[in-house]
Design a protein around this ligand. Structure first.
Ligand SMILES: [Zn+2]
Length: 238
């Protein structure tokens, strides 16, 4: 851990990737969690993958919003000590960019300013016609399907559905940031072939640090690995 701390503090351009393990250590169960997925399928008659897709959204808008409001928007997520630690490293100027796939804006809630959200943010829902942005609260309070108050068209959730392409503009920024990094810090991420191919391949250095709560075969793709609860180990690099 001391070595990791040293590498972090001596870095010139540190890029952080905040993975699903970060949320798990804050008590969040993802839609893909088997227990949760089973319960959702029993309750709605569809799997979370089916419902959280653009096909479902485009054809069954009312049940989609029922599911979305209850299963996604009603979760109250608070960033734990690991997120706070990353935010203070950013404030010190050590962390340059945080990349994440989570949709709850946790990094921003902790105080990070330079965040690239690959899968969007539940707070940034847009009218597809005029582009007006609506908060999570507005979507939650809508009677059935939330409509733009100016255009009366359905507001599109500010997140990426399963199987949807990631926005090109964001993908380019992410690739550029990772290419600039001398140290790449992955938190709660599985370094599986997909991740290595789509994300880690932009990194050209030899300081891939992985802090994670679950052992995984992909761990061998990191140069430095520390296992443990992220809310305990991430603050140790401060
Ligand atoms: Zn509008």
């Amino acid at each position: 851990m001391n070595l990791v701390k040293k590498l972090v503090h001596e870095s010139k351009y540190l890029v952080v990737f905040s993975g699903s393990g970060m949320q798990r250590d804050c008590g969040h169960k993802s839609l893909r969690d088997p227990e949760r997925a089973y319960r959702i399928e029993a309750e709605y008659g569809y799997s979370p993958e089916e419902m959280f897709s653009s096909a479902f959204y485009n054809t069954r808008i009312e049940p989609f919003y029922q599911f979305y409001k209850k299963e996604i928007l009603s979760e109250e997520m608070k960033p734990g000590a690991a997120y706070q630690a990353i935010a203070s490293l950013e404030k010190e100027g050590i962390v340059k960019t945080v990349i994440t796939k989570e949709i709850y804006g946790m990094c921003k809630k902790a105080g990070c300013k330079n965040v690239l959200e690959l899968h969007g943010d539940i707070e940034e829902n847009r009218c597809p016609r005029c582009g007006k942005v609506y908060s999570k609260q507005y979507i939650k309070e809508a009677k059935k399907v939330p409509l733009c108050e100016d255009c009366m068209v359905t507001i599109r959730p500010g997140i990426r559905f399963y199987g949807e392409m990631i926005d090109n503009g964001i993908m380019t920024k992410v690739a550029n940031e990772i290419a600039k990094a001398d140290v790449f810090l992955a938190l709660g991420v599985r370094l599986d072939p997909d991740f290595c191919d789509q994300t880690l391949s932009y990194y050209t250095g030899d300081k891939r640090i992985l802090l994670t709560n679950r052992e995984d075969p992909g761990d061998v793709n990191a140069d430095y690995v520390v296992h443990g609860n992220l809310n305990e180990i991430v603050p140790q690099i401060l």
